[in-house]
Ligand binder design. Sequence first.
Ligand code: FES
Ligand code: FES
Length: 158
Amino acid sequence: MANVSITLSVNGREYTLAVAPDLRLIVLLRDHLHLMGTKEGCGKGECGSCTVIMDGLTVTSCLVLAVQADGAKITTIEGLGGKEALDPLQESFIRHGAVQCGYCIPGMVLSAKQLLDANPNPSRDEIKQGLAGNLCRCTGYTKILDAVEAVARGGGKR
Ligand code: FES
Ligand code: FES
């Protein structure tokens, strides 16, 4: 199969790439752009660890083809903050002890960001629903929900 030329914006930087028609977005992000924060868990759209924001909505990047992202604006965890300046959600996850192995956390944080961008004052139930597609094998969820709720209630500088 011949490669296809696509142009997309990732974390505010524009890329034009020739990609195989069957290349998945998660592989493009990790192997081609070296953005290793996006994690692959199930590879079947069930765990949410590969979540990124695409044109304002969360998607499971294991189920999106790179060619489907042609023209899109993508945000990965690297687009939120770094060691020098963390996003308030990242700070809150740390402050609440919401991170154990960390594998699910980039997807959790991006789902929380999309939720708070769309609904800055969600109820606890709305936060649960917003994170329902993200599975965590470690924390039991309470601290994750606490971390997101703290930002929603003004505990961060959003
Ligand atoms: S790796 Fe994409 S949903 Fe699990
Ligand atoms: S912190 Fe380990 S999977 Fe969530």
